[in-house]
Write a new protein. Structure first.
Length: 304
């Protein structure tokens, strides 16, 4: 409609007197939509770009000749015809070709975004599946040892394990979970580990939380804490500090360590966490690992 308006109102009165352009318009509409729905998709799919340009030029040339000598009957020369009227065929063809390519680009972007989202979700599920059994097996091993040595403490441990199982199997399927549930999961895990390393390692666990009205991706902090218990040396101290203030969570975990070569199959922990942080909080986290006299992991996270 814009093209028709420009043609009728900005050019000569000849359009109004005899309307050759309006007669030609029906043919032009057919050409434009044949190009839009059949020619462009076919040649682009086949990647026959040179052939398409040649055909595009031929169609524009023939359409202009039809307008000059059939509809307008201007009697002008070939050069005069092309210089004065070729634009009437080229403009709508080029414009709708651009629109087609724009929509195709947007569709491709949507497909790429959907594939990336699906890939991200699958990768997150895979990474979480690596964490879940690892944590639970440790807890089961602790219960097993206490069932032999201190059976009176087993019932409470079974209840804690039940809570942790619920969190891992159900709550962690969500994109985010309530911070309170995640902290409770951490609390239970540390209780298990304190029992497990009693008399062998000292555990200092501090938390300062200004409120629980936050959401966090499930099973993030456990990787840091589990790594500290797994790789700390005997007769050492494990310090765990969790602070939540003004929508920011800071977790600092420090432990004594011994430089040993890590088995690749078991080196999931911190690499796994780094990948998950990049996927879930690409611009909202700080993650540092320091190795000096102690092994220190620092995580700062913007909560939702």
């Amino acid at each position: 409609m814009l093209f028709i308006f420009v043609s009728l109102f900005l050019f000569s009165d000849f359009y109004w007197r005899q309307n050759p352009f309006l007669q030609y318009l029906s043919l032009l509409v057919i050409i434009v939509y044949v190009n839009y729905f059949w020619l462009l998709p076919f040649f682009v799919k086949k990647k026959m770009y040179v052939m398409y340009v040649l055909l595009f030029s031929l169609i524009s040339f023939l359409a202009t000749q039809l307008y000059c000598y059939i509809f307008a009957q201007c009697g002008c020369s070939l050069f005069k015809c092309l210089s004065d009227y070729l634009w009437q065929s080229l403009v709508p063809l080029i414009f709708f070709s651009f629109v087609w390519m724009l929509y195709r680009f947007l569709d491709e972007q949507e497909k790429v975004a959907a594939i990336k989202k699906q890939h991200t979700e699958m990768e997150l599920k895979f990474l979480k599946s690596q964490i879940d059994p690892h944590v639970l097996f440790n807890n089961l091993n602790t219960i097993y040892s206490y069932a032999i040595e201190k059976p009176n403490e087993v019932p409470e441990m079974v209840l804690m394990l039940s809570d942790n199982l619920k969190h891992v199997l159900y709550d962690s399927n969500s994109k985010t979970v309530a911070l309170e549930k995640e902290i409770q999961f951490i609390d239970n895990y540390i209780k298990f580990q304190k029992l497990r390393v009693e008399g062998v390692k000292q555990v200092n666990y501090l938390k300062e939380i200004d409120g629980y009205n936050y959401e966090i991706a499930p099973l993030l902090l456990i990787s840091i804490i589990e790594n500290a218990f797994k790789h700390s040396t005997l007769n050492s101290t494990i310090s765990i500090n969790i602070e939540v203030k003004n929508s920011e969570l800071v977790c600092v975990c420090e432990n004594g360590f011994k430089e040993v070569q890590t088995d690749e199959k078991n080196g999931i922990g911190l690499r796994n966490l780094k990948k998950r942080l990049e996927l879930i909080y690409p611009d909202d986290y700080v993650f540092n690992v320091e190795k000096a006299e102690t092994f220190k992991v620092y995580l700062k996270l913007k909560l939702q």
